[in-house]
Write a new protein. Structure first.
Length: 306
């Protein structure tokens, strides 16, 4: 190599870093982000990993589910987030039908999230044969892959809605089997979403790779939440989330105050304006007087542009 990459004052969190954190008993902090400025704030706050989730379908694009999100949507959002993060591990979701139908297409799409989006890892849902094959292929190609078990939003139509999973012996056993299969395929971590806390704790103890919980209790190796839920930017608060601030309310108050100032003539004031010198004003007034005296103003205006 002819050049040396710049060294960050804080070492980059990597996929192996998360496993080391699990082994050391240090909880992993992950949060979603979907744009540059959100990622900049999240990074500065000191999270370990940023998930560019396909939940951007609801949080940013106004869809009712993650299903309409495309790989182009994810690449664009991931690129914005990765430009803001010099420390946190950036993980990008592979959206619905970007990998399930064709293995080669899945490999190419994951490659786009890394090469074009700047992600350091990708996340896939479920543990179907196609998903497990893809995880193995990604790992062989040098792309860290994270799994996702429990409530998998891309399967919402099969699951019959957004309901907790693993609440009986059969579905709990399935979650255990899927987690073990993903670990065996080479996944570096697994998101456990909306499964009972007791089940998530037992899966976390069973696996050597870290688990990241969302609605899965405190027994996981780390937690992930949605940026908008924590900050009061969404229209509702899921059961698994805690609101740490009402930024949405603060935004509405600020915009309302701005609107009132504009309507009352209180904004802009002199300090928000730029002014001309008296000499320039006089010359402009002379031009305007000349324009007013012209019969064909449009033709006169064209002459000013020449």
């Amino acid at each position: 190599m002819s050049a040396v990459a710049p060294v960050s004052p804080t070492p980059r969190v990597t996929a192996p870093s998360l496993r080391a954190m699990k082994e050391a008993g240090r909880p992993i902090v992950m949060l979603t982000a979907y744009d540059y400025h959100a990622a900049r704030l999240v990074e500065a706050a000191g999270v370990d990993a940023v998930l560019v989730g396909d939940s951007l379908g609801m949080t940013m694009l106004g869809y009712s589910s993650t299903l309409p999100v495309t790989i182009d949507d994810m690449v664009r959002a991931t690129a914005a987030v990765s430009r803001a993060c010099s420390h946190a591990l950036v993980i990008a979701d592979m959206p619905f039908m970007s990998y399930a139908a064709d293995h080669a297409e899945g490999m190419r799409n994951a490659g786009r999230l890394i090469a074009e989006g700047g992600a350091h890892a990708v996340k896939v849902e479920s543990a179907s044969t196609a998903t497990l094959d893809l995880v193995e292929g990604l790992v062989d190609a040098g792309i860290p892959a994270m799994g996702h078990v429990g409530l998998t939003p891309q399967s919402v139509n099969t699951l019959g809605g957004y309901h907790a999973q693993g609440k009986d012996v059969a579905s709990a056993t399935l979650a255990i089997a899927q987690s073990l299969s993903l670990e065996d395929a080479g996944a570096f971590a697994i998101v456990l979403e909306c499964v009972p806390a007791e089940l998530a704790e037992r899966i976390s103890e069973l696996l050597t790779i870290p688990t990241i919980g969302i609605g899965a209790g405190s027994g996981c190796d780390g937690q992930v939440q949605v940026f908008h839920d924590l900050l009061g930017l969404g229209e509702f608060l899921p059961k698994h989330a805690k609101r740490y601030a009402d930024i949405g309310g603060a935004i509405m108050q600020a915009v309302s105050a701005y609107a009132n100032d504009v309507r009352d003539g209180a904004f802009p004031r002199d300090e928000q304006s730029t002014h001309l010198s008296i000499d320039v004003i006089d010359q402009i007034d002379a031009v305007i007087a000349e324009v007013a005296a012209e019969e064909d103003i449009a033709e006169f205006g064209e002459g000013l542009l020449l």
